[in-house]
Design a protein around this ligand. Structure first.
Ligand SMILES: *[C@@H]1O[C@H](CO)[C@@H](O)[C@H](O)[C@H]1NC(C)=O
Ligand SMILES: *[C@@H]1O[C@H](CO)[C@@H](O)[C@H](O)[C@H]1NC(C)=O
Ligand SMILES: *[C@@H]1O[C@H](CO)[C@@H](O)[C@H](O)[C@H]1NC(C)=O
Length: 780
């Protein structure tokens, strides 16, 4: 959401104006329709008996044209004559209530909030109920912040559900990874939790919101700043096939099943059209096809760049007209504030375009309960500061870190270390003694702040020494000799290395996949000198090529910890000393360093053998990998088998008398279009696969089971394999369980054709879990 510099300057001016308005620094939460004010009883929009659309229409009808225009930007001023306070649309809560954005301050009774792991690590737990519980906590803490008068808005611009398409993307850390199913499930869980819906969904309907979540950035946004090419001017050229089965599905899930009340259009163009000016995307697809009911915001400054960077609009007024006609409702920026009036006078828009936007905006504020009078009387009105950073919330942050951390290597069972012998430890590396780095971006002030080194030191009763190794994470200068000497004297060495925000982040994509500066030399030298093989811990969102460490026998264990949040140090120490058995699995492919030879700007997911283009993600990339999607070890090993798949052949020809199988002679495969099948037919064709899992180890563990479908014959640009289900199961040592996966041919056996149509092809494919495969056949 970071602003383009010139945009930021103009916007800051606007903010200074806003400070002189009432209610910005009050300790009472801002609200409308105060019952103690007799005037408010005469406004229909205050009448909570009436349906929200009726109330919103009434409110909009009372506004003058200047008042209307004032409400089209994210820093919306008060309208005192109607008792409407100022509203700030822009707040952030990616992995905890954050001070990023403009709406939240931590300067009152609430000074901290629970800081969960950065999303990429949380995703590695493959546990959608955990994701839901995290969403619930974030929504609750957000409401507490509002009730305490420290929020100027209740609209939060998360989750970030763009596919982590390229390992260099600086914001990949904010996402649930590279798989559309995982990303979609994450979106649903997070949104339902934040907004106050149930895990299964459906309680909320179109009613009250605990807090508002926002699916972003719609769509095909996953390049920030690569070799000077920035998101502000980038045109993402995407195929219909890639859109249909990669870029769009998470947004469809977020809207249709998550029932998100917010949607953000992206900075970039999609096939030539700036996302915020794309009526097909915003109105046709999101609202009409997917049934989106909520408000659509621009990313910050995304309207101005339609004229200034993309040069898609000929004048600022054209940019304003483009976005309002496309279906965008609020501008995070100033363009709609400055140029809507003149666009109206020049007849580039009509007042009804404005009214439509305002209707969506005020409906959202009403659903948040901000027009119901005294908010302490609301269902969520009793959530107080004592419900922020509770023991339970902090325990959940720890659980998320524990269950996300991935064990990448563990030769000769180096880990876990024994606590009983109180070994001496040398803890080396710039990331070992820095609690802030563990938060990742879009952070808030954490409930606790504790470095990895400090927790490890506690485990060995002070028998630990620290050496920074590198001057900073960029490791432009390293004290290798000194670090080596420190390592020589210890029983065990833990190196805590990787990346931080100086290497990957918003506006900052990487150009290399290796560890920065002299990190590799330092790690290798320390490993060579140490008494025993060393333990390497990596903080990073995007993957790094650590082939050197994978192959080096002196590096015994490797742990990937993403950015593990406020409890990351505790979780790591628990894993290192065996208080927790790691079970996280990678939500992204780790590519070799040569991958950077392909331009980041090439959006194609599918490989192109004629030019040597390797494709992207586990679904399409067929080159060498450092670690695969779904890879992750444990202190236990698990075995799988297919217990039962009651239906081995799925007869789709009986599903619908009307649908006609079409065959393409050159590809000789018959298929049905999913859209031709009725909902009932799809429902009727559901089948299950029961997978057995056994913990063969001598420790209890939590293990995510991933079920894929692999194509028997690769054709028509289909993915090599596709995740179709995942479930996380806790198993005692030696215990077994049978897990049922419910599959629907319409959802799980379909594929996108070149026209972006979802079809079900006839023929064989395999269900795959670990090293076990099970053939199923589709007859149409
Ligand atoms: C937009 O309006 C703001 C506030 O009045 C002003 O500071 C800014 O310069 C204007 N921007 C342009 C490009 O006109
Ligand atoms: C490395 O990081 C340090 C600390 O952040 C910084 O002062 C220095 O300029 C960086 N060096 C390079 C070459 O970027
Ligand atoms: C059949 O597939 C080929 C190759 O994908 C394509 O060029 C052709 O247009 C298709 N024909 C029909 C009738 O869909």
């Amino acid at each position: 959401m970071k602003f383009h510099k010139s945009i930021l300057r103009a916007f800051t001016n606007l903010l200074c104006l806003a400070l002189f308005l009432p209610l910005t620094q009050s300790s009472k939460p801002p609200f409308s329709c105060d019952k103690s004010n007799p005037q408010s009883n005469s406004f229909s929009f205050c009448n909570t008996i009436l349906p929200i659309p009726v109330r919103a229409r009434d409110l909009v009808s009372r506004l003058t044209i200047d008042e209307k225009i004032s409400q089209l930007i994210s820093t919306a001023p008060a309208i005192p004559r109607l008792g409407i306070p100022a509203y700030q649309w822009w707040s952030e809560a990616l992995h905890g209530v954050s001070y990023s954005g403009r709406g939240i301050s931590f300067d009152g009774d609430i000074t901290k909030a629970t800081s969960f792991p950065q999303v990429i690590l949380t995703a590695a737990s493959f546990d959608d109920h955990l994701w839901y519980r995290i969403g619930q906590v974030i929504g609750k803490e957000a409401r507490a912040v509002y009730n305490e008068g420290q929020a100027k808005g209740m609209t939060f611009w998360a989750p970030n559900i763009n596919i982590f398409r390229d390992p260099r993307w600086g914001r990949g850390q904010e996402t649930p990874g590279e798989d559309p199913l995982v990303t979609g499930k994450y979106a649903i869980s997070y949104v339902r939790g934040v907004q106050g819906d149930s895990f299964q969904g459906g309680i909320l309907k179109h009613g009250e919101l605990q807090a508002s979540a926002c699916c972003k950035h719609f769509t095909a946004y996953d390049l920030d700043n690569w070799k000077g090419i920035t998101r502000f001017g980038f045109d993402a050229r995407v195929t219909k096939q890639d859109l249909a089965d990669t870029f769009q599905p998470p947004f469809k899930s977020c809207i249709k099943e998550g029932k998100a009340s917010g949607l953000m259009c992206a900075f970039n163009r999609v096939n030539g059209v700036p996302a915020c000016a794309d009526r097909n995307l915003l109105t046709q697809i999101a609202r009409k096809e997917w049934g989106f009911r909520g408000y659509i915001t621009s990313d910050c400054g995304a309207v101005s760049i339609i004229y200034e960077k993309h040069k898609y609009a000929g004048t600022p007024e054209d940019a304003v007209a483009d976005v309002l006609k496309a279906g965008m409702d609020v501008d995070c920026g100033y363009y709609l504030f400055n140029y809507t009036k003149s666009a109206l006078l020049k007849k580039k828009i009509s007042e009804s375009n404005i009214d439509r936007a305002l209707h969506n905006l005020f409906s959202t504020r009403m659903r948040l309960g901000l027009f119901n009078g005294d908010p302490s009387k609301l269902p969520y009105g009793k959530i107080g500061p004592d419900q922020v950073c509770t023991k339970e919330h902090q325990e959940l942050a720890l659980e998320a870190a524990r269950n996300g951390i991935v064990l990448l290597k563990n030769s000769d069972r180096l880990l876990p270390l024994s606590k009983k012998t109180l070994p001496s430890l040398a803890v080396i590396g710039p990331n070992a003694n820095n609690a802030y780095v563990m938060l990742g971006n879009y952070e808030g002030p954490p409930c606790i702040s504790i470095e990895v080194f400090k927790v490890l030191q506690g485990y060995v009763q002070q028998n630990a020494v620290y050496h920074q190794g590198c001057d900073a994470v960029n490791c432009t200068s390293a004290d290798i000799n000194d670090a080596v000497n420190t390592a020589k004297n210890a029983d065990y060495v833990v190196l805590v290395m990787g990346l931080d925000r100086s290497q990957e982040g918003e506006d900052l994509d990487r150009e290399v996949l290796t560890l920065p500066g002299q990190q590799e030399s330092l790690i290798t030298a320390v490993a060579n000198a140490a008494k025993k093989p060393v333990i390497l811990v990596l903080f990073c969102g995007g993957p790094v090529d650590i082939t050197f460490a994978k192959l080096d026998p002196k590096i015994g264990s490797i742990l990937w910890a993403g950015y593990p949040g406020e409890a990351g140090g505790i979780a790591l120490a628990e894993i290192i000393f065996g208080d927790h058995n790691p079970g996280g699995r990678l939500p992204i492919t780790w590519y070799p360093k040569e991958f950077v030879n392909i331009p980041m700007t090439d959006m194609r997911m599918r490989p192109d053998p004629s030019s040597g283009y390797p494709g992207r993600t586990y679904r399409f990339y067929n080159g060498e990998k450092v670690f695969e999607f779904g890879y992750g070890l444990s202190y236990s090993t698990y075995s799988y088998n297919f217990i039962d798949v009651p239906q081995k052949t799925i007869y789709l020809n009986q599903l619908s008398a009307t649908s006609q199988a079409t065959s393409n002679s050159s590809n000789a495969v018959r298929y049905l279009s999913v859209s031709e099948l009725s909902k009932e037919s799809c429902e009727k064709a559901k089948f299950s696969a029961i997978v057995g899992v056994e913990n063969l180890g001598d420790l209890a563990g939590r293990h995510p089971v991933l079920l894929f479908v692999r194509q028997a014959k690769l054709r028509n640009g289909n993915p090599m394999k596709q995740l179709v289900g995942f479930q996380s199961v806790s198993l005692n040592a030696g215990a077994k369980a049978g897990i049922e996966f419910k599959l629907s041919p319409c959802e799980h056996l379909n594929s996108a054709n070149e026209d972006g149509l979802m079809v079900i092809e006839e023929g064989f494919r395999y269900l795959v879990v670990g090293d076990k495969e099970y053939p199923i056949n589709v007859v149409i």
